[in-house]
Design a protein around this ligand. Structure first.
Ligand code: IPE
Ligand code: IPE
Ligand code: MG
Length: 226
C-alpha cells in the first residue's frame, strides 16, 4: 500500500435513488445515508486519515421540496446532538461549513456548540458541508479580500475560504454514478485526485472506501511537472 491521503472529501450522492430502487421514500435513503456517513468517517479516521470533509447539502439542494428539506434538517439536528460523544471519544474535531443564512438558526446553534464541545480533539477533523456552495464561498472570500483593501496572496486567500486553515483535499470521492463536482470545494480541489463510484451512497461500504484509497495510492501526482 502506497501513500494515504491526508484529507478526503466525499460527495455523498445517491440516497434518493437508493431508496427509490427499494420502493422506500427518499427520506429513508437519507436516514440510511447518515448511518453510512458515521461508519465511513470513523473507518477513514481509523485508517489514519486526518481530515474528512463531507458534502451533505448544497446551496442548490435548498430548492428541493420542503418535506425533504425538513427531513434532512431533522437528520442534521440528530447528528449534532447524538453523535458528539462518539466524536469526542475518538478525538475528532467537528467543523461545519455553509451559508448560515440558508438553514434554520437552531441548526447552526447546534453546529457551533458541537464545534465547541469537540474543539479539543487532536486525532482528526470532520468537516460537514451543509448549505454550502463552492462558488458562493469563493465569492464571499473575494468580497472579504476587497473589504481588506489590498491584494492578497494565495495563502491569504485560502484562509478567507470557509475551509481556511484546512489542507486542500488529496482525494475526492463521489458516489451515486454522476461525474461532476456539483459546486463542491471548487477552489480547494484544483489538484485533488478524483474517484467516482457507481454505488449509491447508502451502499458505499467501508471496503469500497478502502478500494478508493488503494486507487489513490497508485496515482502519480505530478502537479504539472514531468
Ligand atoms: C443525497 O443524495 C445527497 C443530498 C443532496 C442530500 P440525493 O438526495 O441527491 O440522492 P439522489 O441523487 O436523488 O439519488
Ligand atoms: C450533490 O448532489 C450535493 C450533495 C451530495 C450534497 P446533488 O444530487 O445535489 O447533485 P446534482 O444535482 O445531481 O448535480
Ligand atoms: Mg443527487
Amino acid at each position: 500500500m502506497g501513500e494515504l491521503p491526508r484529507h478526503i472529501a466525499v460527495i455523498m450522492d445517491g440516497n434518493g435513488r437508493w431508496a427509490k430502487k427499494r420502493l422506500l421514500p427518499r427520506n429513508a435513503g437519507h436516514r440510511e445515508g447518515l448511518k453510512r456517513m458515521i461508519s465511513l468517517s470513523e473507518h477513514a479516521f481509523g485508517r489514519g486519515i486526518e481530515y474528512v470533509t463531507l458534502f451533505a447539502l448544497s446551496t442548490e439542494n435548498l430548492a428541493r421540496p420542503q418535506e425533504e428539506l425538513g427531513a434532512l434538517f431533522a437528520l442534521f439536528r440528530k447528528y449534532f446532538t447524538e453523535n458528539l460523544e462518539r466524536l469526542k471519544a475518538k478525538g475528532i474535531r467537528l467543523k461545519v461549513i455553509g451559508d448560515e443564512r440558508l438553514l434554520p438558526g437552531d441548526i447552526w446553534a447546534l453546529a457551533r456548540s458541537g464545534e465547541e464541545e469537540t474543539a479539543g480533539g487532536k486525532s482528526g477533523m470532520l468537516v460537514l458541508a451543509i448549505g454550502y456552495g463552492g462558488r458562493q464561498d469563493i465569492l464571499a472570500a473575494v468580497n472579504a479580500a476587497v473589504r481588506g483593501g489590498k491584494e492578497v496572496t494565495g495563502e491569504e486567500f485560502s484562509a478567507l475560504l470557509s475551509t481556511g486553515g484546512i489542507p486542500f483535499p488529496d482525494l475526492l470521492i463521489r458516489t451515486g454514478k454522476e461525474k461532476r463536482l456539483s459546486n463542491f470545494l471548487l477552489y480547494e480541489c484544483a489538484y485533488t485526485e478524483l474517484y467516482f463510484s457507481d454505488k449509491m451512497f447508502p451502499a458505499f461500504t467501508n471496503a469500497d472506501l478502502d478500494r478508493a484509497l488503494e486507487s489513490y495510492a497508485k496515482r502519480d501526482r505530478r502537479y504539472g511537472k514531468i
